[in-house]
Design a protein around this ligand. Structure first.
Ligand SMILES: [Zn+2]
Length: 265
């Protein structure tokens, strides 16, 4: 049975083509209506697909980060999972891990000092604000993906000799942070079964992320390893500080507005 001989009209752009994908816009033929089965199959295919699949992209990034990223930056984007989507899926996995580990034990409670001082001053705040703080604290690992644009900025600053645009650094950062975060989730999962390992878990999470960044940037820039290590550390420190300042500023402003608003009531 050969179903590829028929000429089809693309439902997305109106182009006439043969095959399973439109040769102009890449839209896949979906002949069936969206029953749950069709919708689910399409979603699963999107993730496991050899072409442009989530796991295929992970494999390519781990084995050949330079080839993968250079291909993506040069315009061969169709075969890879979109970097922003990639980061969002990783954030989803991260959220799932928080939920799983929260039911397993309370080790996640020791996050960082990032929100601790804000929790302290939250006593005078209305209940919903306290809930918001607690939520931010619990899902800090997930929220941390917001740091990626800041990292991209500092990597652009320090790796200026690569002559890459900010957006190109952003693409590299989405992939590098995504891979690093995924690996650290796997390690965190192992640490769940080891008591009192929260501090080691956090340190190893940072080291894994740093190692992935060094690996990626070394392969992409082809510069000396020592220089890449130093520049990556500096980039991550600067990016982190920028993130902390802006994150705290945003929360400070939110707290200020909430306080002012509730006093009026
Ligand atoms: Zn089309």
């Amino acid at each position: 049975m050969d179903k590829t001989v028929n000429v089809v009209i693309c439902k997305n752009c109106g182009n006439k083509f043969e095959g399973n994908y439109c040769n102009i816009c890449g839209q896949k033929i979906i002949n069936n209506r969206f029953t749950f089965g069709v919708f689910f199959k399409d979603a699963i295919e999107n993730i496991f697909n050899l072409e442009s699949g989530f796991f295929f992209t992970i494999q390519q990034l781990l084995l050949n980060p330079d080839k993968t990223i250079k291909e993506y930056l040069s315009g061969k984007t169709k075969v890879y999972f979109n970097p922003i989507k990639f980061l969002l899926v990783v954030a989803g996995i991260s959220a799932l891990f928080v939920i799983i580990s929260k039911t397993y034990d309370n080790s996640i409670q020791l996050t960082t000092n990032l929100t601790n001082n804000l929790i302290e001053q939250s006593e005078e705040l209305p209940p919903f604000a306290i809930k918001l703080m607690a939520f931010l604290k619990t899902y800090l690992n997930v929220i941390m993906i917001i740091i990626v644009p800041f990292y991209a900025f500092s990597f652009k600053l320090l790796f200026f000799r690569t002559k890459l645009y900010y957006t190109e650094h952003l693409i590299i950062n989405c992939y590098a942070f995504g891979i690093g975060h995924l690996l650290s989730i796997i390690v965190s999962f192992i640490f769940l079964f080891i008591p009192n390992s929260t501090a080691i878990d956090m340190v190893s999470g940072f080291i894994i992320l740093l190692a992935v960044y060094i690996y990626f940037y070394q392969r992409i820039t082809e510069r000396k390893l020592l220089g890449t290590i130093l520049f990556s550390i500096f980039s991550m420190v600067i990016g982190f500080l920028l993130f902390v300042v802006i994150f705290n500023l945003l929360i400070f402003v939110t707290v200020f507005i909430v306080k002012k608003y509730t006093h009026l009531l």
